[in-house]
Design a protein around this ligand. Structure first.
Ligand SMILES: [Zn+2]
Length: 127
């Protein structure tokens, strides 16, 4: 079966770069693990609050420009943070991005402070 984005997830894609929205919309159709979009475009004030809280390390986040989204895995409609679920979602994102020729970066591939829920457009292609 294939999943679909909820109304709330779609609302959270407002202001996100169309190339990344297209990847999210394609990924939901092929992912073996359902997901919701938890955050897309972020205000500077919210970014500063996240840094203060220790949830983010940078004031130069890709979320500020609409080049990043965060997702949460859903199992039977409930959010799960189990790491393996995010690898499976990332595979769907990778396939969806490759099919569109849209280079993306998964936060789960970062060498330090891996960020499994985070996907962004590659800075090399999308400044
Ligand atoms: Zn993020």
């Amino acid at each position: 079966m294939s999943y679909r984005l909820s109304t709330r997830s779609r609302a959270r894609l407002q202001g996100v770069h169309p190339a990344l929205v297209a990847v999210v919309e394609a990924a939901i159709l092929i992912t073996p693990v359902d997901f919701m979009v938890t955050e897309g475009l972020r205000s500077p004030a919210r970014q500063a609050a996240l840094v203060r809280a220790g949830a983010s390390r940078t004031l130069n986040s890709r979320h500020l420009t609409g080049h990043a989204v965060d997702v949460a895995a859903l199992v039977e409609g409930r959010v799960r943070w189990d790491w393996p679920l995010y690898g499976r979602i990332a595979e769907a994102f990778r396939a969806a991005a490759a099919a569109r020729g849209t280079p993306i970066v998964w936060g789960g591939d970062w060498p330090t402070l891996r960020d499994g829920p985070h996907f962004e457009l590659d800075r090399k292609a999308f400044a």
